[in-house]
Ligand binder design. Sequence first.
Ligand code: F6R
Length: 345
Amino acid sequence: MDARAMYEAYMGWYEQAKEAWGIEVGLDFEPANVIYSGMGGSGASGDLISDWVWDRLEVPFFVVKGYHLPKWAGEDTLLISVSVSGNTEETLSVFYEGVKRGCKVVAISSGGMLERVSSKASKFIKIPKPLAPRVGLPSILYSSLKLLGSMGLVDTGEVEESIEVLRGLKESLSMGSEGNPAKELAQEIYSTTPIIYAPPLMAGVSYRFKASLSENAKMDSIVNVAPELCHNEIVAWERMNVRDYRVVMLRYEGEEPEVKERMDAIREVIEGYGHEPLEVRADAGGRLPKIVQNLYVCEMATYYSSLLRGVDPLPTKSIDRLKATLKERLDYIHRYTELGDWITP
Ligand code: F6R
């Protein structure tokens, strides 16, 4: 079991964030749009950034989780290609397309193929190699924010407060802490199928929560975002065996009226079926600090769930197996992208 090493890595999130925020990175370019490309733990930061600033940005911010760029991507696009290992074929494929189309490309990685072909990018940001991509999230998030901030695309006024949130939470989320909210949450959900309901600001957090429950605790969960879930999923409650599930609502202080009333109303519907939803509620100041607060509590809850389930949080064998199979079947480096020709020694 590598549970201890994972724990130490999670406990290092504040330091990791600080280091990433401290990097010097800038790019003299005014994009008409931004594309953030990455899979799994590498793409998650794209969702979080989008939730935070989608309505504050002057230009569209689009997250790609797949092989291809949208048709409109071109020379006025800033493409941020993120892969912790540097070897994820979907991300390499998008990187390749971005270079070919003349996008301004920034690659973020700890090594692998993405580093080896990074002379084709305008910038390469090397992050420290984490134990697993998901525990390296602060490195990716805060180096991305530093880049976007230094280009004047994002107002980074809330960033330092969000890093302080990580510092403040470290103690209360640690193993020996009394009233640890992550441990308490884990205790409630580890033997159930959690149903995670989130308002738009917490959409990326909810999906990261689900992903880390799968990867760390090897358990499945259901995730949905309001208000959309009120137009479909809510009907399933009419025939659900409520004892098999545990609803976790991701909330925050100062919710806008349409968010608060909506989430309260969903809660009442679920209570009507005899189920008491749990709540994870961020009380930090700005929007980014709230995102980061709920993210860290949920992430640590997935770690404690792995311990309660007696599984090793580190290995993700099924991901490795699928990556190996697809590499063999597609031989993407040569057959699809000829990336091999771009390797510089
Ligand atoms: C998370 C994890 C995966 C990877 C994903 C992409 O810990 O292991 O979700 O993040 O398979 O791989 P990278 O991040 O190396 O591009």
